[in-house]
Design a protein around this ligand. Structure first.
Ligand SMILES: Nc1ncnc2c1ncn2[C@@H]1O[C@H](COP(=O)(O)OP(=O)(O)OP(=O)(O)O)[C@@H](O)[C@H]1O
Length: 431
């Protein structure tokens, strides 16, 4: 049964609420009417027409005011649509309140909103109606996440398009830089709203997994490139195929190929260096080295499987114990481990070692289990499943940084000529 409309509710519904939602446009109209009145007083009917036209022209011609007017109009339109979507989705409380947009930001794939839910409602209510809100907004998807600190605040992504679909390779922002610094956040990828994601290397370890040709080496290249462009950084490489890290050899301090004894010896040398750094720290009464106090060492292992699941079981066990030690103790000694694997399985990526890797990047995997091996148990069930990534979108994966939820991202890409040019610059910086 329909409730009868009282005069008060009719005024609210047909006058107050629309006026509030259109208040900026109404204010602009009032300004134009005042301008017309002033023009009429000064120049008669000609002035009444000319002055408002002049005001509009000034706003349109001056870049600052044009941009500002466009932003205000777009925001107002978004808020009106949001208001309508929430009301159609039944998110109105008993006293006619809806979740309100507090802040909004336009990003390449849509809008990022900070929304406050009204008293009596929860962020879960909004999340439960996300599909209905998306349908009214006529967008691809609406994603809702609760703010960690405030239960009444939601972070809402209004996804209008998939930034990865059909897009060509994304050029690495530092590709042409004369030099870089590993102390700065290194751009690695864009997230699924098209926003750049940058990561500070010191204090992190990386594991990258995925099926062949999924884009692991390309992602690893970005870490290598960042280290190459910083002459204070060292790169130690392990690559059984030799050719994967081959282009980086001129900027590498140490390199080990498929010789297991050499690979183990190089890990032992790294541990000796780590121990030496801890002695320095102990002598200084300190707990950790800061960037700039010692060379950051990037320990890059391409195709972990050869080393961690080597046919020589004893050697593999030895290598794993050393690798895990570097992961456990390396962070404070400015040693960053980055390992890539084609076969994400427990036997190849020991879970004890994996759990010490703060950043886990799962490119497309063949199975849910493989995806969980990189991201952690239960992630696929929670919706973060790299086996569902479209096979055609190379470089797309789930990036998991400790403490948050995995984010769907696409890595930047460096082709061989970019790598050669970066290596040449890195070698010149080290000469
Ligand atoms: N971020 C990206 N953007 C666009 N194309 C990419 C991206 N990453 C990878 N590719 C494409 O995918 C191909 C395979 O990438 P890559 O060599 O990094 O895969 P991989 O997982 O390391 O493969 P393998 O395990 O066989 O070594 C590249 O040659 C490139 O064409």
């Amino acid at each position: 049964m329909r409730a009868r409309l009282t005069v008060g509710s009719a005024v609210l519904l047909w006058v107050v609420r629309p006026s509030w939602l259109w208040r900026r446009e109404l204010a602009a109209l009032v300004v134009l009417v005042l301008a017309a009145a002033a023009g009429w007083l000064a120049r008669g009917w000609v002035g009444a027409v000319a002055v408002p036209v002049e005001v509009v022209l000034i706003v349109v011609v001056v870049p600052w005011s044009r941009r500002r007017a466009a932003v205000v109009w777009r925001r107002a339109r978004l808020r009106r649509r949001w208001d309508r979507a929430c009301r159609y989705a039944g998110l109105t409380t008993v006293n006619d309140r809806i979740p309100r947009i507090r802040r909004e930001r336009r990003v390449p794939a849509g809008d990022r909103l900070v929304v406050r839910v009204p008293r009596g409602a929860t962020v879960d209510d909004l999340a439960g109606e996300a599909e209905r809100v998306a349908a009214v907004l006529k967008v691809r998807e609406v994603r809702v996440g609760r703010d960690v600190d405030r239960a009444e605040v939601a972070h809402v992504d209004v996804v209008r398009r998939d930034p990865f679909a059909g897009a060509g390779a994304l050029r690495w922002p530092w590709a042409l830089a004369a030099r870089g610094s590993v102390a700065d956040p290194v751009p690695l990828c864009v997230d699924d709203m098209g926003e750049p994601v940058a990561v500070r290397l010191p204090g992190k370890h990386f594991v990258i997994g995925g099926e062949p040709e999924s884009g692991k080496s390309a992602a690893l290249s970005l870490l290598l490139a960042a280290a190459a462009l910083d002459p204070s950084a060292q790169i130690w490489g392990w690559d059984a195929k030799v050719v994967e890290l081959g282009l980086w050899r001129p900027v590498m301090t140490r390199f080990a190929d498929h010789d297991m004894d050499a690979a183990i010896a190089q890990q032992e040398d790294l541990i000796a260096e780590m121990n030496r750094r801890y002695e320095v720290l102990e002598a200084a009464g300190r707990r950790a080295l800061h960037p700039g106090e010692a060379p950051l060492i990037l320990a890059a292992i391409d195709e972990m499987r050869f080393f961690t699941a080597n046919i020589d079981g004893r050697a593999a066990k030895h290598f794993n114990a050393l690798g895990e030690d570097v992961a456990a103790r390396g962070r404070a000694a400015l040693i960053v481990q980055a390992a890539a694997t084609q076969k994400p399985a427990g036997a190849v990526v020991p879970t004890g070692w994996r759990d010490l890797m703060a950043l886990r990047w799962a490119m497309r995997c063949t199975t849910r289990d493989a995806s969980d091996t990189i991201l952690g148990a239960g992630m696929a069930t929670a919706g973060f499943d790299a086996s569902e990534i479209d096979i055609a979108t190379r470089g797309v994966g789930w990036l998991y940084a400790e403490g948050g939820f995995p984010r769907r991202v696409r890595s930047y890409y460096l082709d061989d000529s970019d790598i050669r040019s970066i290596v040449a610059r890195g070698a010149a910086l080290r000469a």
